[in-house]
Write a protein that binds this ligand. Structure first.
Ligand SMILES: O=C(CO)[C@H](O)[C@H](O)COP(=O)(O)O
Length: 223
C-alpha cells in the first residue's frame, strides 16, 4: 500500500444512496472513508451521526472509517461511534474541556485518536499530548462546508507539524482536509501530509476512479 492515503469526504456523497456511493468510491481506489459529523453548534451545519456509521458497516463497508467530530461537547459521542464501527476518531481541541481525557477515551474504546486544528488554531495545543496522537488533522478550510478553497498558509503549518512529528519519533499520520484536489495534492504532500481528505474534488466528478488515479499519479512524484 502507498504511504499516502486518500480519504474521500462523504459530505459530498449522495446521501440518498450513501452505501452505494461509498462502495463506488472505495472500488475506485480510495483507502479510507472520511465521515464528517457536524452539530450546528460547534460548526454552522448539521450532518450525520453514529447510526449512519453503523448503517455503512451493516451495508458491508469494511474500509477504515475516519470520524471527524465537529461537535461540542465530544465525549458522549465517542463510545457511540466506537460501537458503530469507527476506526479513527478526531476532534477539535476547542470542543473538549479536557483534551487528554478525550484522547484517552477514544483509545479506551479501541479507536485511533487524533486532534483537528482549524486554520487559526495554534500548534501549542499539541504540546503534552503528542504521545497519545495517532493522527493530526490540519483543516485547510474553516470547518462546516465542503467545496471551499484551500487556504494556502496551511502549507507552512503542515511543514511545522511534520517537524514536530519527526522530532517526536512517533508514527503519527498527518491528515489535511479542505479544498484538496488534483491540482494541489502534490504540493500538499511535499509539505508533509500523508493522508488527504477530498470531498467535492472526487464526488462532484462522474468518474471517481479517474480522479483518484490522477491524485495517485501526482503523489507518485513525491514518493
Ligand atoms: O470537514 C470538512 C468541512 O468541514 C470537509 O471534509 C471538507 O471541507 C472536504 O470538502 P472539500 O474537499 O469539498 O473541501
Amino acid at each position: 500500500m502507498s504511504k499516502f492515503l486518500i480519504a474521500p469526504s462523504i459530505l459530498s456523497a449522495d446521501f440518498a444512496r450513501l452505501g452505494e456511493d461509498v462502495d463506488a468510491v472505495l472500488a475506485a481506489g480510495a483507502d479510507v472513508v472520511h465521515f464528517d459529523v457536524m452539530d450546528n453548534h460547534y460548526v454552522p451545519n448539521l450532518t450525520i451521526g453514529p447510526m449512519v456509521c453503523q448503517a455503512l458497516r451493516d451495508y458491508g463497508i469494511t474500509a477504515p472509517i475516519d470520524v471527524h467530530l465537529m461537535v461540542k461537547p465530544v465525549d458522549s459521542l465517542i463510545p457511540m461511534f466506537a460501537k458503530a464501527g469507527a476506526s479513527i476518531i478526531t476532534f477539535h481541541p476547542e470542543a473538549s474541556e479536557h483534551i487528554d481525557r478525550t484522547l484517552q477515551l477514544i483509545k479506551e474504546h479501541g479507536c485511533q485518536a487524533g486532534l483537528v486544528l482549524n486554520p487559526a488554531t495554534p500548534l501549542s495545543c499539541l504540546e503534552y499530548v503528542m504521545d497519545k496522537l495517532d493522527v493530526i488533522l490540519l483543516m485547510s478550510v474553516n470547518p462546516g462546508f465542503g467545496g471551499q478553497s484551500f487556504i494556502h498558509q496551511t502549507l507552512d503549518k503542515l511543514k511545522q507539524v511534520k517537524a514536530l512529528i519527526n522530532a517526536s519519533g512517533r508514527n503519527i499520520r498527518l491528515e489535511v482536509d479542505g479544498g484538496v484536489n488534483v491540482a494541489n495534492i502534490k504540493e500538499i504532500a511535499e509539505a508533509g501530509a500523508d493522508m488527504f481528505v477530498a470531498g467535492s474534488a472526487i464526488f462532484n466528478q462522474p468518474d471517481y476512479k479517474a480522479v483518484i488515479d490522477e491524485m495517485r499519479a501526482e503523489l507518485a512524484q513525491v514518493e
